[in-house]
Design a binder for this molecule. Structure first.
Ligand code: UGA
Length: 445
């Protein structure tokens, strides 16, 4: 039977899982958050999120106070508690390969299934290669006391870091990949408050649901690389990529969003998702269908190299011994995430060419330092730019947008700025005596 007001577990309390658990509790469900990482569970149970996400800590504390959200590392308790189990663990890129590492997904499902003695729905939310859900269905049925009775559904998640709570509570759409009416009914009950908001729902088979997620992220990555490819053409012709993007975006069929040129995409999702998709498509014998994604990846990486070129040009042809202020380390503003961050990659390349790089990020310094301990980290914008011969804006935090070019000019050794994210007002910088360069724009006066 369908449980009308299901009790939920959320396995994996990273970005996706923690947000999902908190939001489900906010919607009135009883939720148990589960993770193998004791430190994470302890922090969450005390109302602290282990990562920077605007709005989430407040929502977490409300959910804890309501008594509807609890946390544990105990899988026996989870198996007993849930009418629905959401698996939200990570699927990072395998080192030395383009494939996704499915170890955490496999073990989350099997550890749970081994302990399940009453029928409940297993739901995957992680981003996985197509075919994973049906493979795991066979695996969990083999280890669970419930055997063939055990069912799996796939419910991909489309939240953006920085907007995680809002995206979860007000998604553009829900996708339920199911193999029975019971599973669909159980998911409808779990998402009733969101469906009642007239959120569009697509019900599909398991493979389609898996594919929606990677196809969506691939499309977004392609859109970004498209405008960045046009930026390369602009650089060869003296055209202006910002004007181009604005003009293209007025066509409703194209639209202005995700058409922002610059240093390109990074983070824990888009880069590894397009690579894992390429890898999986080749395994399935349809590698050619998504071969263009390799070009999308290559265009994206070339923007980082080109940014280093611009810094070198402004430094007079060599980076050896040049002091550079690298503004930003996170893969995007309002995040402390440095996974595959274009900003840090540029800082690292500058350092490898002999520059003395001072990195400043309002939130991501700690994570950046852990990832690249060799770079110098400043604790303020002022400290980073003081004495610099080139300032490179690499992540478009408001703090950098709002800085006064005249005041910054007093601190630097030379007024040279590379705007890797088209975030600064070029005219204001030029009026304050700066030489301003940006990807896809003419060098200027
Ligand atoms: C992305 C997707 O946008 C979400 O829909 C998806 O759910 C998520 O991945 C995921 O798979 O979990 P996210 O990684 O949080 O979300 O970040 P985005 O806001 O999509 O930005 C990705 C990167 O693209 C950033 O580095 C950003 O600076 C860059 N970007 C974005 C551009 O360079 N230009 C743009 O126009 C937009």
């Amino acid at each position: 039977p369908i449980v009308d007001h299901p009790r939920m577990t959320v396995i994996g309390t990273g970005y996706l899982g923690a947000t999902h658990a908190v939001c489900m509790a906010a919607l009135g469900f009883d939720v148990l958050g589960v993770d193998v990482d004791e430190g994470k569970i302890e922090a969450l149970a005390e109302g602290r999120t282990p990562f920077f996400e605007p709005g989430l800590p407040e929502k977490l504390r409300e959910a804890l106070d309501s008594g509807r959200l609890r946390f544990t590392t105990d899988f026996d308790r989870a198996a007993e508690f849930g009418d629905i189990h959401f698996v939200c663990v990570g699927t990072p890129q395998l080192p030395g390969s383009n494939a996704a590492d499915l170890r955490f997904v496999d073990s989350a499902f099997t550890e749970l299934a081994r302990r399940m003695t009453r029928k409940a729905l297993l739901v995957g939310k992680s981003t996985v290669p197509i075919g994973t859900a049906s493979r795991i269905t066979a695996a969990v049925q083999a280890v669970s006391p419930l055997g063939d009775e055990l069912e799996l559904a796939w419910n991909p998640e489309f939240l953006r870091e920085g907007f995680a709570v809002d995206d979860t509570l007000h998604p553009d759409r829900l996708v339920f990949g199911v193999s029975s009416e019971w599973a669909e009914g159980q998911l409808r009950a779990a998402f009733r408050p969101i469906l009642d908001d007239d959120t569009p729902l697509v019900v599909s088979d398991l493979a389609t649901a898996e594919l929606v997620k990677v196809a969506a992220n691939s499309f977004l990555a392609t859109k970004i690389s498209y405008i960045n490819a046009m930026a390369e053409v602009c650089e060869a012709t003296g055209a202006d990529v910002n004007q181009l993007a604005v003009a293209l975006g007025y066509d409703d069929r194209i639209g202005p969003r995700f058409l922002k040129p610059g240093l390109g995409f990074g983070g824990g999702c888009l880069p590894k998702d397009i690579r894992a998709f390429t890898f999986r498509a080749a395994e399935l014998g349809v590698g050619q269908a998504v071969a263009f994604l390799e070009e999308v990846d290559a265009i994206n990486i070339r923007r980082r190299v080109r940014t280093v070129d611009l810094v070198r040009e402004l430094a007079g042809g060599s980076l050896e011994g040049v002091r550079v202020a690298a503004l930003g380390a996170a893969f995007k503003p309002n995040s402390d995430d440095v996974r595959d961050a274009p900003a840090l990659d540029v800082a690292r390349m500058l350092y490898l060419e002999g520059a003395s790089v001072s990195v400043y990020d309002p939130e991501a310094t700690e994570n950046a330092h852990r990832a690249y301990p060799d770079l110098d980290y400043a604790s303020s914008l002022t400290e980073a730019v003081t004495g610099a011969s080139v300032v490179a804006l690499l992540t478009e935090w408001d703090e950098f947008r709002d800085a006064d070019p005249a005041a910054l000019g007093e601190l630097v050794a030379a007024r040279h700025v590379v705007d890797g994210r088209h975030a600064l007002d070029a005219d204001r910088y030029r009026a304050a005596g700066w030489e301003y360069r940006a990807l896809g724009l003419p060098a200027g006066p």
